[in-house]
Design a binder for this molecule. Structure first.
Ligand code: OOG
Ligand code: MG
Length: 272
């Protein structure tokens, strides 16, 4: 089916939202779904979550590193949204039973100190600079992604509609910005073992380039950038499967680590 009406888009949003709430995988969408429709479905999912009382916590970028594009076979940058209900405390516990087949990845998180609203006809460069200027703090973080699609497989439109697999996120201790955030060693550590390792330059060659990508996507799709929200810049390494009782740490040179411990079993245990 190719969605023609708003009702169709809302219908797809409801299916994905239900899959998320019940931690039950759902079938991939029709290949004819175009990217603009996919962002409209994502926006409807945000509406549904806000109607349930969740509040918007900021945007997240995806596929900003080679390792992620290679792992998932998708090569366009995508943007999703976070809510307060997705936040897990640093050092806290992650309940895997609320998810289908969750994976975890190390991220850099920016904090937006003051609201940024695009001006009419503003250029990408100008908006990127204003987002950069509004960013007052940085932290190491972890993102827990959980595709609502069977076998964690999707097309670009599928994953955009499914809010870019956003499930949970952990923000480590904030540090002042600006500071050097390029070329820093970044590691994903599970039960004391380094599972994946990279540097912060894995994000678009330099993490500050995330501002230009976010500016460009914001001008196209209207993402909100309110004061006191966060930006996840995208994973620096491939994501790792989550299993019960794992202790996970995102270690980024010069930052305090972000950590979380997994509890319970997800709906599906991935092989590997
Ligand atoms: C999509 C989300 C990608 C990232 O950091 O690259 C993402 C997925 O891999 O399921 O969050
Ligand atoms: Mg991510």
């Amino acid at each position: 089916m190719s969605p023609e009406t708003r009702d169709d888009l809302v219908g797809i949003a409801r299916v994905l939202d239900e899959a998320e709430r019940t931690a039950t995988p759902t079938r991939q969408l029709d290949a004819k779904l175009d990217i603009d429709h996919a962002y409209q479905i994502q926006r409807q999912i945000r509406n549904l979550r806000e109607q349930r009382g969740e509040s918007y916590a900021g945007p997240k970028l995806g596929f900003t590193s080679e390792s992620k594009m290679k792992q998932m076979g998708v090569s366009d940058i995508i943007v999703g949204f976070l809510t307060d209900a997705m936040a897990v405390n640093d050092g806290g516990t992650l309940d895997l039973s609320e998810m289908v087949h969750p994976r975890i990845e190390p991220e850099i998180v920016f904090h937006i100190g003051e609201t940024v609203i695009p001006e009419p006809d503003e250029t990408i460069e100008s908006l990127a600079q204003r987002i950069h200027d509004a960013t007052d703090k940085v932290a190491a973080g972890l993102e827990i992604i959980d595709s609502r699609y069977e076998a964690f497989r999707f097309s670009l439109s599928d994953v955009v509609a499914d809010n870019t697999s956003a499930a949970r996120f952990v923000v480590g201790s904030w540090q002042d910005f600006p500071r050097e955030i390029d070329g820093l060693l970044a590691e994903l550590i599970i039960d004391g073992q380094v599972i994946e390792s990279s540097t912060s330059s894995a994000i678009l060659g330099n993490p500050v380039k995330a501002f230009a990508q976010l500016a460009s996507m914001t001008l196209k799709y209207g993402f909100d950038l309110p004061a006191d929200s966060v930006i996840l810049a995208g994973s620096m390494t491939a994501a790792a499967y989550l299993r019960p009782d794992m202790a996970i740490e995102a270690r980024v040179e010069g930052f305090q680590s972000a950590t979380v411990t997994a509890a319970n079993s997800p709906t599906v245990i991935e092989e590997g």
